[in-house]
Design a protein around this ligand. Sequence first.
Ligand code: DQA
Length: 154
Amino acid sequence: MMAVKRLFLINGPNLNMLGKREPGTYGNASLADVVKLVKDTAWEYGYEVEEFQSNHEGDLVDQLHKADVQAAGVIMNPAAYTHTSIALRDAVSAISLPVVEVHISNIHARESFRHQSMLAPVSQGQIVGFGIDGYRLAALAIIKQIESEGRHER
Ligand code: DQA
C-alpha cells in the first residue's frame, strides 16, 4: 500500500488571532482560511495536511519532532519565535525533512528586530511578504522539493 503523503502546517504565537490581529499588517483572513488554503493546495497533489497552532514554544518543538516521524515536509510560520528561538532552530536542525518558513508580512521591510530569522539558515527556504498566499506558495515549493528528492514515502 502506498504510504500517506502528509505535510505538517505549524503556526506559532498569535496566529490564532489572524483576521482580528493588526489587519493592516496581516490582512483579514483567519487561521481557518489559511488552513483551508494549504489543505486545498496540497490535496491537488495528493498530500494531506495536519495543522497545528500554539502560543507555546515547547509545544512547537514537540510538533516538529512529531513531524519528523509522520510527515514528509513542514510549512511553518514561527511568528515572533522566528526572531528569538534557538530551541526551534535546533528542532529544525534535528529533524531530517524540509521546512519552509513563511511570513505573511515582509519581515525585512519592518522593524529591525524582525529582520533576523533564527530558523532561515537551517530551513529549505523562506517566503515572506505575499500575505496568506505565501502559505500556498510554500505548499507548492515543498511538494516539489519532496517529490524531486523522492522522499514522500512516510
Ligand atoms: C509574522 C512576522 C513576525 O515578525 C511576527 O512576530 C508575527 C507574524 C508574519 O507572518 O508576518 O507574529 O511571522
